[in-house]
Ligand binder design. Structure first.
Ligand code: HMG
Ligand code: MG
Length: 298
């Protein structure tokens, strides 16, 4: 019933650190990315080419790309909201880029300063240029279950934006529960609606764990056969434009669950925990991940 293998995309260096209050040095970001690759993570969201006035924590993304040792077979990706972002991401050598939209009008305005319709128009040249340069483009949809400004979001609204992003050429759509309010029931309804418009292999889930529901919701996603899961090492993160949103579901927790189900990921838990320990030392706090806490305490 579940997929035999799942691809985990670690968004810790981007989604995790973009909202970090402390300044994390470029060297420590590089160490985090390299630690994830060493643990067997094959997709790493390494940075974000957005306005440094909006998200100062990602201002050194080009330096992270320039300074890191690349491991063969690893896809190092970045967020690119517009042409300027894409140009900077290509100059930095990103392997893959992502545009990010929302299923909620208010969130779109607060996050990227334009309506959903305008955002899709802005993405069009980004898609074109990326494709011309041989880069695959992922599309994010934020607020797939709840919005900090509008409350519950209709599954059909998520399906509509997902389909438009797919029609524009995004090879994969990452469905973001930005504020982590979604329940298993809502996850099922949302995925039912989206799977009517997207093939399974184009679907990814991106759950924040604000209400502690992420693992339950991921199990529902696995029942639907969703093959790609976004997670952040140590449960880092939040979103600067979603007040109260806590981090992404922790990679360690997801890996523990998938290992228990016999679902392959290619990630080595012990090596992952080395990276967890390292970033936790940098931040001076324990990981949010319960699995990591338990295993590191041994
Ligand atoms: P804007 O102000 O509407 O854009 O921002 P603009 O084109 O008018 O440009 C304004 C200024 O920004 C100009 O500089 C541009 O050069 C500069 P100035 O002339 O004032 O000095 N600028 C840029 N600088 C660097 N890189 C760029 C870039 N573009 C413009 N790419 C914009 C529009 C989208 C740029 C802005 O709103 C922005 O950067 N927003 C950041 C949003 C963001 O990063 N949010 C967090 C990531 S999304 C997320 O976390 C959700 C996700 O995890 C899924 C989920 O959980 O739901 C993906
Ligand atoms: Mg996110």
């Amino acid at each position: 019933r579940y997929p035999q293998s799942v691809s985990i995309l670690d968004v810790g260096p981007r989604d995790g650190l973009q909202n970090e209050k402390q300044t994390v040095t470029t060297a420590n970001k590089i160490a985090l990315v390299e630690g994830l690759a060493a643990a067997g993570v094959r997709r790493i969201e390494t940075g974000s080419f957005v306005s440094p006035k909006w998200v100062p924590q990602m201002a050194d993304s080009a330096d992270v790309f320039a300074g890191m040792q690349r491991q063969e077979g690893v896809i190092y990706s970045a967020l690119t909201p517009n042409m300027k972002g894409l140009e900077n991401a290509m100059a930095a050598g990103a392997d893959e880029v992502a545009v990010f939209g929302a299923a909620s009008e208010s969130f779109s305005q607060k996050n990227i300063n334009c309506s959903i319709r305008e955002s899709l128009a802005r993405f069009a040249p980004v898609m074109q240029a990326a494709t011309d340069n041989g880069l695959r483009v992922r599309g994010y949809v934020s607020c797939v279950m709840g919005c900090p400004y509008e409350g519950d979001i209709a599954p059909q609204a998520v399906a509509d934006v997902s389909q438009q992003l797919r029609d524009m050429g995004c090879y994969e759509i990452s469905l973001g529960d930005t504020i982590g309010t979604g329940t298993a029931y809502q996850t099922n309804k949302m995925l039912e609606a989206v799977s009517r418009v997207l093939p399974l292999d184009a679907m990814a889930v991106h759950f924040h764990d604000t209400y502690g529901q992420a693992l339950a919701n991921l199990l529902i996603a696995l029942e639907h056969g969703v093959p790609t899961i976004d997670a952040a090492i140590a449960g880092l993160g939040g979103c600067p434009y979603a007040k109260g949103a806590s981090g992404n579901v922790a990679t360690e927790d997801v890996l523990y669950m998938l290992n228990g189900l016999g679902i392959r990921t290619g990630i080595d838990m012990d090596k992952l925990l080395d990276a967890t320990q390292a970033i936790s030392d940098v931040l001076g706090r324990a990981p949010v991940s319960k699995a990591a806490q338990a295993m590191l305490a041994k």
